[in-house]
Design a protein around this ligand. Structure first.
Ligand code: NAD
Length: 435
């Protein structure tokens, strides 16, 4: 059992803190957001993540999990400090390290004992060295500080499951001892620990996200070609995925990736490359393809309906993917902006992300409380997020509620044979339309 502090209680920090406490460690989570901390102290998670509240409450009650806004109190007596603050994108695409730098200075000011600092946040290659030298520059007490890069691979929407069932844990350290401490902490999870140096660990994270984004843009391009040549992307992806060298995962065509990681991490990696005068052509194309793919539904709607001026569009789903309330870089924002510019009225519904959406969606979008209300009198429905609720709909709801049952499905939620039995005009991605 180790005494651990986790700085930052977003999707990564909170899940990390909760999971570490659940395997027996004594964990204090620190965040500067007072409201978040007050909620967490009461056992309420500030984010929607399936299963999180329950594990959180269990460990608060067992006395293994605490929350504070006070770095001094949070770091007191801790052997290990995890950094899990945000590294958002700057305007030029590079990673903004201001929160990381602040934590480094906080650690330097407050630690009074030897400590291993572990970076969970996704940071450009070389940042862990920078964190360590910043801590050493500002260090108040004479203590030993070592650093480990431990990038996070959890997926929002299944983060709790992933914390206990990840494919690997990457531990990058230039100090054998510090790496051993982190490997030991993670032993109870029973997940393979891959040991490497700090810079390789930092690179593994960016390379992994860039590769997954590449798979998505690749299959979306194949889908766009399928539409033109009369092939079906679902069959194509299934046939491709049966090749063990390719695999089935991340071969689902759609309206492109969004979320807090792929868009910013792909751009950051092109910048990391540009800094050493390397033009990462492939990744630049992946990003361009993705931006274009966000327009797929609107382009289809324009070609089917002609002008969108005065049309009422029901937007089903706002979150960037199901089972999360995270709206960061969700395609729903770009799509609704385009619809509004084209003169359409947008009526939106999402089962979980609506509160967050209202803060970031373009002005002019209106919100309703259920699918039926969204569809009422609509000329078109756009399926943006493949929530289970939408996949399970009785398709007659579209026909019953809409002025005209034109469904533009950005996530290929429905079986074409089933759609063919209805009166829907159905347009999906990379598959023949059903009209
Ligand atoms: P987030 O924005 O949800 O949370 C960051 C938290 O840090 C916020 O609650 C903020 O208040 C807090 N914070 C900022 N400065 C602080 C400080 N000085 N002291 C204490 N708390 C502070 O971020 P996230 O989505 O959890 O991502 C965190 C990092 O993990 C990022 O680098 C991200 O790229 C990476 N990552 C995210 C995911 C994901 O799915 N979200 C997956 C893998 C890796």
């Amino acid at each position: 059992m180790k005494k651990i502090a986790v700085v930052g209680t977003g999707y990564v920090g909170l899940v990390t803190g909760v999971a570490l406490s659940d395997v027996g460690h004594q964990v204090t989570c620190i965040d500067i957001d007072q409201k978040k901390v007050e909620r967490m102290q009461k056992g309420v998670s500030p984010i929607y993540e399936p299963g999180l509240d329950e594990v959180m409450m269990r460990n608060i009650e067992a006395g293994r999990l605490q929350f504070t806004t006070d770095h001094h109190e949070g770091f007191s007596g801790k052997e290990v400090i995890y950094i899990a603050v945000g590294t958002p994108e700057r305007e030029d695409g590079t990673a903004d390290l201001q929160y990381i730098d602040q934590v480094a200075k906080d650690i330097a000011t407050h630690v009074k004992q030897d400590v291993v600092v572990v970076t969970k946040s996704t940071v450009p290659v070389g940042t862990n060295d920078h964190i360590l030298s910043l801590i050493q520059e500002y260090l108040v007490h004479d203590v030993r500080v070592e650093i480990v890069s431990n990038p996070e691979f959890l997926r929002e929407g299944s983060a709790v499951y992933d914390a206990f069932n990840g494919d690997r844990i990457v531990v990058g350290s230039d100090s054998q001892r510090a790496g051993d401490v982190i490997e030991e902490i993670n032993k109870p999870f029973g997940i393979y620990c891959y040991r490497t140096d700090v810079r390789s660990a930092e690179m593994i994270k960016y390379a992994s996200n860039a590769f997954l984004a590449t798979k998505i843009s690749f299959i979306n391009e194949i889908a766009n070609i399928c539409e033109k040549v009369g092939a079906n992307i679902e069959d194509v992806a299934t046939g491709m995925g049966m090749d063990g060298r390719i695999g089935h995962q991340f071969l689902r065509a759609g309206i492109g990736y969004g979320g807090s990681c792929f868009p910013k991490d792909t751009k950051a990696l092109t910048q990391i490359a540009a800094n050493i005068d390397h033009n990462f052509e492939l990744l630049n194309a992946v990003i361009r393809v993705n931006n274009h793919q966000h327009r797929a539904l609107t382009e289809k709607a324009k070609s089917v309906l002609g002008s969108l001026e005065g049309k009422r569009v029901a937007m089903l789903g706002l979150a960037f993917k199901p089972n999360t309330d995270d709206m960061r870089e969700s395609p729903a924002m770009a799509i609704s902006q385009e619809l509004i510019l084209a003169g359409a009225t947008v009526v939106a519904y999402d089962p979980i992300a609506m509160d967050n959406a209202k803060n970031v969606m373009p002005a002019g979008v209106s919100y309703v409380q259920n699918v039926e209300e969204a569809l009422q009198g609509a000329d078109a429905a756009f399926i943006v997020t493949d929530w289970k609720e939408f996949k399970a709909l009785d398709l007659s709801v579209y026909v019953d509620q809409m002025a005209e049952a034109n469904v533009f499905d950005g996530r290929n939620c429905y079986d074409l044979d089933k759609v063919a039995l209805t009166k829907l005009n159905y347009y999906s991605i990379g598959r023949p339309p059903v009209v």
